[in-house]
Write a protein that binds this ligand. Structure first.
Ligand code: AMP
Length: 194
């Protein structure tokens, strides 16, 4: 199984690159942000729980997020592998994911971390906010909050995977195909060792 954590700050290009990776490698895409947004749109109980946190740019509580993620994985037992996009976002989520995958008899193969500096992120998110329906991409204060949450709570997850020898930093600035090429090189590197 090929299980990738596609990591990076908001606006780093995780959604764009996930779409290309799932097409090339036939993986199941699990974006916690997308799942929350679909639930908000569908007026579900889960959506109601997540909305106020998302509107403020804060993380949705771990127990809500982790149980949702595990339920999504359980729904696709035939998957060849997963792209985890936007998850894990703190060390506790990373540990929970490892424990859950161990029960399923698999593990994370690689963490591919898209690296983009903050000024570029702010520009990209404000631009995305102009033509997307994402409320959290419109207000500069909410964008900054999300970047701060990333720096304070999420970025340390790199150390967690680094300690397992699974962290790979990728320059997330450049053409979409150029960044994709770097991601594929890293995946090729791991496949050739297996
Ligand atoms: P994203 O689409 O990944 O930028 O996520 C949008 C928002 O959804 C985040 O700002 C959080 O409020 C929430 N969210 C997404 N993934 C997670 C997660 N793994 N843990 C907690 N909250 C999350």
């Amino acid at each position: 199984m090929l299980n990738i954590v596609l990591f990076g700050p908001p606006g780093a290009g995780k959604g764009t690159q996930s779409a290309k990776l799932i097409e090339k490698y036939g993986l199941v895409h699990l974006s916690t942000g997308d799942i929350f947004r679909a639930n908000i749109k569908g007026n579900t109980e889960l959506g109601a729980k997540a909305k106020s946190y998302m509107d403020q740019g804060k993380l949705v509580p771990d127990e809500v997020t982790i149980s949702m993620l595990e339920a999504e994985v359980a729904e696709t037992p035939e998957a060849k592998g997963y792209i985890f996009d936007g998850f894990p976002r703190n060390k506790f989520q990373a540990e929970s994911l490892d424990e859950f995958l161990e029960i399923l008899g698999c593990s994370i193969t690689l963490m591919l971390a898209l690296e983009v500096e903050e000024d570029e992120l702010r520009t990209r998110l404000l631009l995305r906010g102009k033509d997307s329906a994402r409320a959290d991409d419109v207000d500069p204060a909410i964008i900054q909050k999300r970047i701060d949450v990333y720096n304070n709570e999420t970025a340390p997850v790199k150390d967690y995977y680094s300690a397992q020898g699974k962290y790979r930093g990728i320059n997330g600035v450049g053409s979409i195909d150029g960044v994709f090429g770097q991601l594929c090189e890293e995946i090729k590197g791991i496949s050739s060792k297996e």
